[in-house]
Design a protein around this ligand. Structure first.
Ligand code: FRU
Length: 497
């Protein structure tokens, strides 16, 4: 009898670790990052705030766990932390897929879609994609706060007869009382700016690019006004876009017709210096005092379809609050996870200081935590944090004082062989200067995703890794000489599911 019970228990455990684990507790499933219940997801689309709800639409395949049949999936949140899944918003139709785009609230009914007093149309502006043939801009509207959608009967609203012309990002430009669209010509590495009084008739007003990183095709532009940190009333404009498979941003001015880059020179500025952050856009229609908030897709087109997760594929980044600051005469975008994420923090399991030489394992292990740490960097030393550890497995986030770089290295972490491109993209570095001799890291680790915010959020790195449940050790390390960690706090994070 005992043997049977034991066998039964083993079977159940095996099942729990396989595909039939309880929903949202499957192997590698992030617990505080958004994932669709099942199937494939890529870019965030149509981020918009309306009547107390944050809407997240996303590129979604309703039929499977790889890219295809692109349609808009939908979820809403009251706090940017907990998400409620809603039915498919905009399905592909016949030969036309619903590619990326944005969503606006047409409060003045410029479209005329509202037919009764009190109705406020939400309007989605997206690319209608006919495989191998054409891409043009389309609209669809909802008169019930995003619950049901109707495609406009005179689509497309903007068609140049081009094969590649996509990802319209639209917002209301109050100073000139008009809608503005940024949209890309991917292969030309250009963002085109259009204006419209009614979301139906569009006029070309300006163009930007090629500039910065032109190595990959340009996708998913987003243009927005950002407050300058610690200078109330001051703001700049940021143009962010995705040169595949990474992202870049420009900081400058927008006059309603075209964008001017104020960071001159050839340096490329990225919102994220890790391997897995793409297609980020910002929320439309946020209340005036709200800082801009972005969400990005945590994956990389070089291996996205093959990551070893099932029954879902891909996650969204944490929502990030954005400001800009002039540092060493360069405009830099600063990012922090939205404060409300703190509601998920459990009590600290580790808190204190440490003087470290070599590797110092911590007593706590886990795969779902938030760590704040600050250390003084001795010269010729590499120091930081190892996690997802077991025997010879680990991932490493470190600062190399000799080279003044922050790096993330997943070479020895978790599963690697699901796609050869993954192992080729295992180490990422970016320049970072200490502040008063110190490096400050805020690391949020969530099973198969890690996000690192360095110093004031001037550098962020996001990476996927696929460690098994027993690869969960954490250690501090200092190679070269001794490092003083003057602050380490680790708090487990609760699940949002
Ligand atoms: C970016 C992208 C977009 C396109 C969408 C299709 O990841 O290639 O340019 O609209 O994905 O799913």
């Amino acid at each position: 009898m005992r043997l049977y019970i034991l066998l039964f228990a083993v079977l159940i455990l095996q099942k729990a670790n396989a595909q039939n684990a309880p929903f949202y507790q499957e192997t590698f499933r992030p617990q505080f990052h958004f994932t669709p219940p099942i199937h494939w997801m890529n870019d965030p689309n149509g981020l918009v705030y309306h009547k107390g709800e944050y809407h997240l639409f996303y590129q979604f395949n309703p039929f499977g766990n790889r890219w295809g049949h692109m349609s808009w999936g939908h979820a809403v949140s009251k706090d940017l932390v907990y998400w409620q899944h809603l039915p498919l918003a905009i399905p592909e139709e016949k030969d036309t897929m619903i590619f990326s785009g944005s969503c606006v609230v047409d409060a003045q009914n410029t479209t005329g879609f509202a037919t009764k007093p009190g109705e406020v149309p939400m309007v989605a502006i997206y690319t209608g994609h006919i495989e191998g043939k054409s891409q043009s801009q389309h609209i669809a509207y909802s008169l019930d706060d995003g619950r049901t959608w109707t495609k406009y009967n005179a689509n497309p609203v903007l068609d140049l007869g081009k094969k590649d012309f996509r990802d319209p990002s639209v917002f209301w430009y109050a100073p000139q009382k008009k809608w503005v669209m940024s949209v890309v010509w991917p292969f030309e590495r250009q963002v085109k700016f259009y204006s419209s009084p009614n979301l139906k008739d569009w006029q070309l007003t300006g163009s930007f690019g090629p500039a910065g990183d032109t190595s990959g095709i340009w996708e998913c532009p987003t243009l927005f006004e950002v407050p300058v940190k610690d200078q109330p009333g001051k703001s700049k404009w940021v143009l962010m876009l995705s040169p595949a498979p990474y992202m870049q941003y420009f900081v400058g001015e927008f006059d309603g017709t075209a964008f001017r880059n104020d960071n001159t020179g050839t340096k490329v500025y990225r919102p994220d210096y890790g391997p897995d952050y793409y297609a980020a856009i910002v929320f439309n229609n946020l209340p005036a005092a709200h800082k801009p908030v972005s969400i990005g897709w945590v994956n990389n087109w070089n291996y996205a379809n093959d990551i070893p997760t099932t029954p879902w594929k891909s996650a969204m980044s944490l929502p990030r609050e954005l400001t800009v600051k002039k540092m060493n005469n360069e405009w830099t975008m600063l990012q922090e996870p939205v404060d409300r994420i703190e509601s998920l923090l459990a009590k600290p399991v580790y808190s204190g200081k440490a003087v470290v030489t070599g590797t110092k394992p911590l007593s706590y292990s886990g795969q779902q935590w938030d760590m704040e740490c600050e250390f003084t960097v001795a010269s010729l030393t590499k120091a930081g944090v190892k996690f997802a550890m077991a025997k010879d497995k680990y991932a490493e986030i470190g600062y190399d004082a000799a080279r003044k770089i922050l790096y993330i290295d997943r070479t020895k972490a978790g599963e690697q062989d699901f796609n050869p491109a993954f192992a080729k993209q295992n180490r990422y570095e970016t320049a970072l200067n200490p502040i008063n001799g110190k490096i400050r890291l805020h690391i949020l680790y969530d099973n198969s995703i890690v996000e690192v915010y360095a110093n004031e959020g001037e550098t962020v790195m996001t990476a996927q890794l696929f460690p098994h449940w027993n690869e969960s050790g954490i250690a501090l390390f200092s190679d070269g000489s001794t490092t003083s960690f003057n602050k380490i706090i680790i708090r487990p994070m609760r699940s949002i599911w």
